[in-house]
Design a protein around this ligand. Structure first.
Ligand code: DP6
Length: 356
């Protein structure tokens, strides 16, 4: 894969401050399994969210040390524990942004969602930081057009966390080379395009907080367990097949078929965890209780409510905007008892990251 278009040159440093807000995303077709450098074993597709987001400000000050030099503040406090992850990120990306050696970076980041809600912040945080870096690069090289701006931000974000590549644009993005989108790539995510059915532009995602603690196995460890996994090759094939089936559904808005594929993907992801060696389970008893309740509700009412899961115990409820009322009362009355402190977060499909 040719990454040379993403290698910038150096330029005379300027003092610059910029702030970006990037949303989280929820995958419908799951990325699970990768190889160096942060390339996916199968294509994935996600809804970009609105309310769950990270806001990051970077103050770039020219220096002459010729090294990577940054300070990081999370909600106003220094966080030494976050430094190794960021150092690794800068190590992975400095070849593509060689101008970085000429700056001191003061990074201030905050999440809109409560800390320890079990919501992964790596996608939104890596996307927001990558956008700040790409923004400075565009100031240094003003000929950079908007399409390349989004691609480069997604390319850099991917090197921080795979799913972050999908948090730059909206409302639906695709990451990974696939048969259907001819401009798709393993290096960055692309928007689904104009053929997306309008129902999905307003789709709702309510996140049921089943377990707010930190996960027993991180996503990165889980991805690694796909190496040598007995079902890995079939799983990667299944994800591609499911994507090929989902794309026409995203265009037509056939919700029954949508529900079938989305729930199949969620359970297939967790099936990979159950059958890894060592095996692990991220679902909790309440995750399963909620799934049962959703299935009963759907059978009784025919309301198109479905679920997906990421690498954790929380349940994402997905439903059309027009069914909000009945679903909100169902959540409050029937599902909230299964949530920690009865907590859940309303979110919805959004249009992507924004400069503040
Ligand atoms: C289950 O993007 O968090 O949410 O690339 O190691 O940072 P790294 O992993 P990450 O994995 C996300 C896994 C997932 C599915 C998905 O978002 O597609």
């Amino acid at each position: 894969m040719d990454t040379t278009p993403f290698i910038a040159t150096t330029a005379i440093p300027i003092k610059y401050t910029t702030t970006w807000e990037a949303p989280s995303n929820i995958a419908l077709i799951k990325y699970w399994g990768k190889y160096e450098p942060q390339l996916p074993k199968n294509p994935s597709l996600s809804f970009t969210l609105t309310s769950s987001k990270t806001k990051t400000k970077v103050i770039f000050t020219p220096h002459t040390k010729n090294e990577i030099d940054f300070e990081f503040y999370f909600h106003g406090e220094t966080k030494p524990d976050f430094k190794p992850k960021l150092s690794k990120f800068f190590d992975r990306i400095h070849n593509y942004i060689p101008w970085i050696f000429k700056y001191h970076l003061e990074i201030h980041s905050e999440n809109s969602f409560p800390h320890s809600s079990g919501i992964a912040s790596s996608a939104s945080s890596m996307a927001a930081l990558s956008l700040c870096l790409t923004d400075l690069e565009q100031q240094l090289f003003p000929e950079m057009d908007q399409a390349f701006f989004s691609q480069k931000a997604s390319f850099l974000a991917r090197l921080g966390s795979g799913s972050a590549a999908r948090s730059i644009q909206g409302p639906v993005t695709l990451w990974g080379k696939n048969e259907i989108h001819k401009n798709s790539s393993d290096l960055f995510a692309v928007p689904f395009g104009t053929s997306l059915n309008p129902v999905f532009k307003e789709y709702q995602d309510t996140i049921l907080l089943v377990d707010k603690g930190s996960k027993s196995v991180s996503s990165t460890q889980g991805h690694n367990l796909m190496h040598g996994h007995p079902f890995a090759e079939n799983r990667f094939q299944q994800a591609s097949t499911n994507l090929n089936a989902l794309v026409p559904i995203m265009e037509s808005g056939a919700l029954e078929d949508f529900i079938h594929l989305v729930e199949l993907e969620a359970l297939s992801l967790h099936a990979m965890m159950l059958t890894s060696s060592p095996y692990f389970i991220l679902m909790q008893p309440n995750t399963l209780a909620i799934i049962q309740k959703i299935w009963e509700f759907r059978k009784e009412t025919s309301v198109p409510l479905c679920f997906t899961l990421d690498a954790g115990a929380n349940v994402h409820l997905l439903y059309p905007n027009q069914n909000i009322e009945v679903i909100h009362s169902f959540i409050k009355e029937e599902l909230s008892p299964y949530c920690q402190n009865r907590q859940y977060l309303f979110d919805a499909v959004g249009t992507g990251a924004k400069k503040v």
